[in-house]
Structure formats: C-alpha cells, structure tokens
Design a protein around this ligand. Structure first.
Ligand code: FAD
Length: 286
C-alpha cells in the first residue's frame, strides 16, 4: 500500500470516489463496480463520509474491507460535522491500526434535514491539524475551484485553501466542467506561494437533472454549451454518451495542461469511468 503523497510524487495518479451503500442491493452494485475498476489499477480510491458524520461505521468498514480484501489503496474521508476531538482520535487510531495511510480532512456537509451536528471543529483546517499531528497519514483537503458556496468572497476562499494546503499534502477539487476554472485556481494559489498538487475532480454527466442539482448545491456552474449539447439528444443512452465525450475532452485538456492526476466521482458505477479511460488511451485491463 502507499501514501498518496508518495504516489503523486512519482507520477500522475488516477483515482475513484465511492460512497458507502445503504442497502444490500447497492452493496452488490458497489462490489461489482470495485471489481471492474480494480482492473484499471487505480492509484487509490476514496470513500466518502455521510452528511453530518452519518456513515461513520459504514465508511470505516468499507475502507478496511478495501484495505484487507483488494489490492487497491484506500483513502478515508473524515469530516468535522458531529465529532468531538476524542472521537476523531479514536477513528484515526482505528485507521492507523488497520494500516490505512490516507485521510481526506473535510468540513463536511450538514445533515439533509437542515439540522446542524455539534462539533469540536469549526473548519476543516482544525481537523487537518489533528490528522497531521497523528503523524501516520498522508493528508488531503478539499478545494473549490468555483469558490465554496459559504465563502465570503473569492480572495478569502483562496487564502483559507492556501493555509490548508501549506500543511496538507494535496487537495482534491469539487467537480467542474471547464478546465479554465481549475487552471485559474492553481494560478491564484501559486500567487499565494502554494504549489502543492491539486487533483481535479471529474463528474461525467450520466443524468442531466441529477448533475444540474448537484452542481447547484456545490457552487459549480453548469455551462450553457454543455446544456445545449445535452439538449440536442433525447435518449438516456445518448445523454450518457455526450456526458462521457465532454468529460473526456475536459480530462484530456487538464492532463495536457499539467494536472497531476484525475479523480473520478463514480457514483458507485464503473461504466462512464471505464469509457473515459479508454478514450484517453489509459490502460483498461482485461
Ligand atoms: P472548510 O475548509 O472548512 O471551508 C468551508 C468554508 O469555510 C469555505 O467557504 C472556506 O473559505 C471557509 N473557511 C475555511 N476556514 C475558515 C476560517 N478560518 N475562517 C473563516 N472561514 C473559513 N462532504 C461530506 O460530508 N462528506 C464527504 O465525504 C465529502 N467529500 C468531499 C470530497 C471532496 C473532494 C470535496 C471537494 C468535497 C467533499 N465534501 C464532503 C463536501 C465538503 O465537506 C463541503 O463542501 C463542506 O461544506 C466544505 O468542506 P471544506 O473541507 O472545503 O471546508
């Protein structure tokens, strides 16, 4: 297994994000997805933490299962939401004992019912400090190319991100649809003296209304040229084909412009990611 900081230092990384399934059927789907994507030899996979800290057990179990039962290197997401410092110390100890080497330290989404989960941590930077202090992990943070929806303004968003990145090993971005927004953020961070690796997060459109809703929540602009391309087709298969084409073009541009890797939001499915891999000429296994 490996620390993500070492993997990035030795070349481009290609990675996938999964969420812990809620039902037995969803569990079977994820099992199939993991075995299909294992053939792509990902650098690592990351496992999300439910809004409000709601999937603590399931995230831990899935990360540990991947660590023990597959050849894939897992990264555990961990959020401020709903946690005391003692609970975080306990979770980190459990991960260290299971040889999990990578943690993504996040602010976390609030629970879907609008309640707020009391926490000892106000911002991801405070959680980051505790994960770094544990001394066992390669640590990543979230970056928001189009600025986090709660940010007071762009300049303060970039300053807070730069402060996190001075202590973290790398960042992974929220998804976006135009390379320009990623490249601008990288430049703005360089101007603040930060050049840690930032892995672009890629969300292929496979269902237009679902992605438009997710983009609204995350603050990502859904460009009119992409909406127009999707409006010109009707069947679900054609929407997926256009979504994969657009994501392929985005990935190719990001790699050409020197991105240190690609991180795919898979929504626990493998087909779109495998098609993009093939389109980019990356090895797709058997
Ligand atoms: P923070 O870094 O705390 O930033 C949140 C806001 O506070 C920003 O506007 C920032 O500018 C501002 N801020 C930061 N520090 C300060 C300060 N000192 N003073 C004032 N303002 C400050 N959510 C989940 O619940 N589970 C997941 O598994 C998950 N995975 C994610 C993976 C990736 C790659 C990304 C990009 C996001 C993920 N999220 C996840 C969503 C994320 O938790 C939310 O977007 C959350 O609202 C912000 O997280 P953050 O880590 O950027 O928080």
């Amino acid at each position: 297994m490996a620390r993500i900081s070492d993997l990035i230092a030795s070349g481009r990384t290609f990675s996938f994000e999964f969420f812990p399934p809620k039902t037995d059927v969803a569990q079977l789907t994820l099992g199939r997805t993991i075995s299909e994507l294992e053939a792509l030899a990902p650098s690592f996979v990351s496992i999300t933490y439910g809004a409000g800290g709601s999937t603590r057990q399931r995230t831990q179990q899935l990360v540990q299962w991947i660590r023990q039962e597959t050849e894939i290197n897992p990264m555990a997401h961990l959020t401020c939401q709903g946690h005391t410092k003692a609970e975080i110390a306990d979770i980190l100890r459990t991960y260290a004992e299971s040889d999990v080497e990578n943690i993504l330290a996040l602010g976390g989404d609030a629970p879907a019912d609008g309640s707020s989960a009391a926490s000892d941590y106000a911002y991801a930077s405070e959680l980051l400090d505790d994960v770094v202090a544990a001394g066992r992990f390669s640590v990543g943070v979230a970056a928001h190319p189009e600025v986090h929806p709660r940010s007071a303004d762009r300049a303060s968003d970039r300053r807070h991100l730069a402060a996190k990145l001075r202590r973290a090993d790398f960042a992974i971005t929220q998804f976006f649809f135009e390379a320009r927004v990623y490249l601008e953020m990288v430049e703005e961070l360089r101007a603040l003296g930060v050049d840690k690796p930032i892995l672009p997060g890629i969300m292929p459109v496979t269902n237009k209304s679902q992605i438009v809703r997710m983009a609204e929540l995350s603050g990502a602009a859904f460009p009119s040229w992409l909406a127009d391309r999707l409006d010109r087709v009707e069947s679900a298969d054609d929407v997926r084909r256009v979504g994969v084409e657009a994501a392929t073009e985005l990935c190719a541009e990001l790699l050409a412009q020197g991105a240190p890797g690609l991180h795919f939001y898979t929504l626990n499915r493998s087909t779109a990611t495998r098609e993009i891999y093939a389109n980019l000429g990356l090895p797709v296994g058997n």
